[in-house]
Design a protein around this ligand. Structure first.
Ligand code: ADP
Length: 375
């Protein structure tokens, strides 16, 4: 609805008739005071204001309504007997949606301006509605995300306890069976069960890590340790289990790192396990250490399936898995996300170089803090 404000009844009548005939709903006020009262109660799509009025004039009305929430987006069209200085009319009303027309007005020009302002008002309103619904949607998603994190945290904690006890019992049974000289097939079954339980344990531990990251509760125990020794042990234990891959170590030398040894071992194991998993044809895996005085870089190269260039940016995101290969290779898509968090917390960075069908190199770098020498 358009509000027309003029102190002369004959002007109000002719303007009302003209606008109503052009299809607009119209309300009117015969003074600045009455206009202000109406603006307080109703949201108008346009206010057409006579400039010269006794009492509060058109400019004063415009200036006063800038603070009204209801009217601050309403465009204003001033009607004036003389040309108005543009600077003057924009003084009190800063929304930009302001214009003027001189009396006696040309009906075509008036109609054009009214239509433009009306459209502007509707568009602004639609935009605001969209903004509001987007905001609601974002809040809703955030709420769902936090509920999911909460569920993940509870579920992984609940799974951990019975799993630990099953693992303990299986180990006991395994030992008893060995002692009693059980049938080799029974021993083989129990050792397979133990392997699967360990896998389940790793999955639950990963889920727990994700929930710890989400709640900012992943803790680190920092100390100096021999990185090369830890890495060799991790490589050797994986080599023992995965005999169809050959682990080739390059450039290893004694290096002291200040960090969380277990967490950095977790990164090594994760990169290595992926290298094994995603190169099913066997082949070699190269593990290379490059270091300067300030930085250590570890590169793990496989000659497996590789990853296309366009997906490489997303690999370290939570739950990301390459869709085309996700059925063939099992996983949750959280290992690299956890690795990236661990490396970032060591002030380092992770990356990948890869080509489909040729293989991948996953690497991470961490700064080497100079040793404190006691004098
Ligand atoms: P998961 O292996 O459990 O799916 P990760 O977070 O470890 O989860 O890896 C995310 C995704 O990155 C994997 O699903 C896989 O598509 C891809 N990826 C990781 N490592 C390699 C690799 N060495 N070669 C090819 N693709 C890999």
């Amino acid at each position: 609805m358009i509000l027309i404000v003029d102190d002369k009844p004959e002007n109000l009548i002719s303007l009302r008739i003209f606008l109503e005939q052009s299809g607009f709903a119209v309300d009117e006020a015969s003074s600045g005071e009455e206009a202000l009262k109406k603006i307080l109660k109703t949201v108008y799509s346009l206010i057409i204001l006579d400039v010269q009025m006794p009492g509060i004039d058109g400019f004063e009305v415009a200036e006063m309504i800038t603070d009204y929430n209801k009217a601050k987006d309403t465009p204003i069209l001033f009607l004036s007997a003389v040309n108005i200085d543009k600077q003057f009319i924009t003084k009190g009303y800063l929304t930009g949606a302001v214009d003027y027309i001189t009396k006696p007005f040309d009906p075509d020009i008036l109609l054009l301006k009214v239509k433009t302002f009306n459209r502007l008002f509707e568009q602004t309103n639609q935009l605001k509605k969209m903004q509001r619904s987007l905001k609601r949607e974002i809040e809703h998603r955030k709420e769902l995300e936090s509920k999911k994190d909460e569920f993940l945290s509870i579920a992984s904690h609940e799974l951990k306890t019975p799993l630990t006890s099953v693992r303990g019992y299986i180990q006991l049974i395994e030992r008893m069976l060995k002692r009693e000289g059980a049938h080799p097939q029974i021993l083989s079954h129990i050792s397979k069960a133990s392997l699967q339980i360990n896998k389940l344990g790793d999955l639950v531990a990963d889920l727990l890590d994700v929930s710890k990251i989400a709640s900012g509760k992943m803790e680190f125990t920092l100390k100096e340790f021999r990185f090369d020794k830890m890495a060799v042990e991790a490589i050797e234990s994986l080599q023992y289990v995965h005999q169809d891959h050959i682990m080739v170590i390059k450039g290893f030398s004694e290096i002291i790192v200040y960090g969380d040894e277990m967490r950095l071992e977790q990164v090594m194991v994760n990169f290595l396990t992926n290298a094994i998993k995603y190169s099913p044809e066997g082949k070699e895996i190269h593990i290379e250490m490059i270091h300067t005085d300030h930085e250590l870089e570890v590169r793990i190269t496989d000659f497996g399936i590789g990853i296309s260039q366009k997906l490489q940016d997303q690999l370290f995101e939570k739950y990301f898995r390459v869709e085309e290969t996700s059925v063939r290779f099992q996983g949750l898509g959280i290992g690299l996300f956890i690795c990236s968090e661990i490396i970032q917390r060591h002030n380092g960075s992770c990356g990948v170089e890869s080509e489909v069908g040729k293989g991948s190199t996953f690497y991470f770098t961490i700064p080497l803090i100079p040793l404190q020498v006691n004098s």
